[in-house]
Design a protein around this ligand. Structure first.
Ligand code: GTP
Ligand code: MG
Length: 182
């Protein structure tokens, strides 16, 4: 039987950038494997989802995903470390259709916070979401790409709406965490 390698992933980013949409797209799209959804009540500030996906014949990857709520992050900022403590990976999302100060700058400050406070081996991926809205783009791809390069982050643009890039982003993190040499 294949072994299952579990890892903990946290989603961070400003409200309305599409964190929940990305994770729900990923969880829905992997139909051949078991998935569970647990949405805590309104009073809580995060949702926990798991998804198990075959990596190859001998290994399954189990994603344990914490989806945080952007709107609550100022108010609950002191709780943020609970979500990224022991996280193996972080997906930091911004919205390419808003001016950089709206969510890209916040994404950069999440990167700084993780660099200061998270596990030093955490794998960070920066994601510019809403790539389907090309006509409304306010953050050039190069801005995200360059920041990611400077900080040695994984980077992609994606669309939770069309699904473009979504499976690839989660799977490349999974592969990176499970077999970092590839
Ligand atoms: P919080 O939970 O408040 O932190 O927000 P969030 O980051 O989870 O954003 P959410 O997934 O709720 O999406 C916010 C809005 O953006 C919703 O209206 C989504 O339908 C929309 N949205 C999310 N992803 C995309 C995308 O890729 N393209 C487009 N066009 N709209 C998107
Ligand atoms: Mg959300």
């Amino acid at each position: 039987a294949p072994r299952t390698a579990s890892f903990k992933l946290v989603l961070l980013g400003e409200s309305a950038v599409g964190k929940s949409s990305l994770v729900l797209r990923f969880v829905r799209s992997a139909t051949e494997v078991r998935d569970e959804f647990s949405d805590f009540r309104e009073s809580t500030i995060a949702a926990f989802l798991t998804q198990t996906v075959p990596l190859d014949d001998s290994t399954n990857i189990k994603f344990e995903i914490w989806d945080t709520v952007g709107a609550g992050q100022e108010r609950y900022k002191s709780l943020a470390p609970i979500y990224f403590r022991n996280a193996n990976a972080a997906v930091i999302v911004y919205d390419i259709t808003q001016p950089p100060e709206a969510s890209f700058d916040k994404a950069k400050s999440w990167v700084r916070e993780l660099q200061r406070q998270a596990d030093p081996n955490i794998v960070i991926m920066l994601v510019g979401n809403k790539s389907d809205l090309k006509a409304s783009r306010k953050v050039p791809r190069e801005l995200g790409e360059q920041f990611a390069k400077d900080e040695e982050l994984l980077f992609t643009e994606a669309s939770a709406k069309t699904g473009d890039g979504v499976d690839d982003l989660f799977m490349s993190i999974g592969e990176f965490v499970v077999c970092p040499k590839n």
